[in-house]
Design a binder for this molecule. Structure first.
Ligand code: ATR
Length: 270
């Protein structure tokens, strides 16, 4: 049977096997999907072993901390992956070439616009963080034609680097957290601050009564940021579970040529 997997370290809490197994059942595809724990110095070897004919490996999802290594390893990259500098999806084509793509940004945008019916077009968007997670979502967000994206980060120079990289796609500027000015329609937390229970020191004035806040984390990790947004009057607070399921659906469609339905699965996981 065709084999798929997610590779990461740590990996035991990954929901990807459950998600892809549900997609396979829904779309009547014969495949197996498992989670593989990879040693920190063993990524390239694990990938090459997975794709041997004997192991029947057809596609991989890649998670922390290997997304950048996967980008370097892939001989072929989609356009959006080239700019993102990281990939979460690998597969081999019929010429045995290893391809990489990033589906996180598509997942985020689909969750925001389709599942939650929140429009990005014409809106002021504040993105917090300038690491790999944010880099992977900027292009699909800018393709929605927001009025403006402000990238705020603890280390402002990293936000400035991203501005340079993405400014040909739309209006995008950099800022420190405390220096952010004005109100925003959509505030997306893509920092790792929530993992330590930290809150980026933003002025509360960024939130108005129609602001939607979105934390790319899900479960208890998103709580700190979304509580803060709610306390300051945000109209909606969303977590990243829908993004997780949507990025998985996009990967599944790259591998199998069929885009699964996600609504019921998202409800059953929440
Ligand atoms: P990821 O792949 O999750 O984006 P990363 O590339 O290490 O991981 O980036 C982590 C992001 O979270 C960065 O924007 C980081 O800010 P710095 O660039 O200043 O390091 C941000 N971050 C991590 N811990 C944070 C904290 N406690 N408060 C605010 N921002 C934090």
């Amino acid at each position: 049977m065709d084999q798929y997997a997610v590779m990461g370290n740590p990996i035991s809490h990954s929901k990807s096997p459950q998600i892809h197994t549900a997609f396979a059942a829904q779309t009547k595809q014969q495949l197996e999907y498992k989670a593989i724990h990879v040693e920190l110095d063993g990524f390239a070897q694990a990938v090459s072993e997975f794709f041997t004919e004997q192991n029947k490996g057809k596609g991989l999802n890649i998670t922390v901390p290997f997304k950048q290594q996967a980008w370097e390893l892939a001989g072929q990259l989609t356009e959006r992956a080239k700019r993102a500098g990281a990939v979460n999806t690998l597969w081999k084509d019929d010429k045995d070439q290893l391809w990489g793509d990033t589906t996180d940004g598509v997942g985020l945008v689909r969750d925001i616009t389709r599942n939650h019916k929140v429009t990005v077009q014409g809106k002021r968007v504040l993105v917090l963080g300038a690491g790999g997670a944010v880099r992977g979502v900027l292009q699909p967000l800018l393709e929605q034609n927001p009025a403006e994206i402000v990238i705020a980060n603890r280390t402002v120079s990293k936000a400035e680097e991203l501005v340079e990289l993405f400014s040909d796609l739309g209006k995008v500027t950099a800022s420190g957290f405390e220096q952010v000015t004005g109100m925003f329609d959509l505030v997306i937390n893509g920092t790792a601050a929530s993992l330590q229970g930290d809150l980026p020191p933003l002025p509360a004035s960024v939130i108005k009564n129609t602001t939607v806040s979105y934390d790319m984390m899900y479960g208890k990790e998103q709580a700190v940021f979304n509580h803060w947004a709610q306390e300051h009057g945000a109209s909606k607070t969303l977590d990243g579970l829908g993004m997780l399921v949507e990025q998985a659906a996009e990967s599944f469609s790259i591998w199998r040529g069929i885009l699964p339905e996600t609504t019921e699965l998202i409800s059953s996981l929440s």
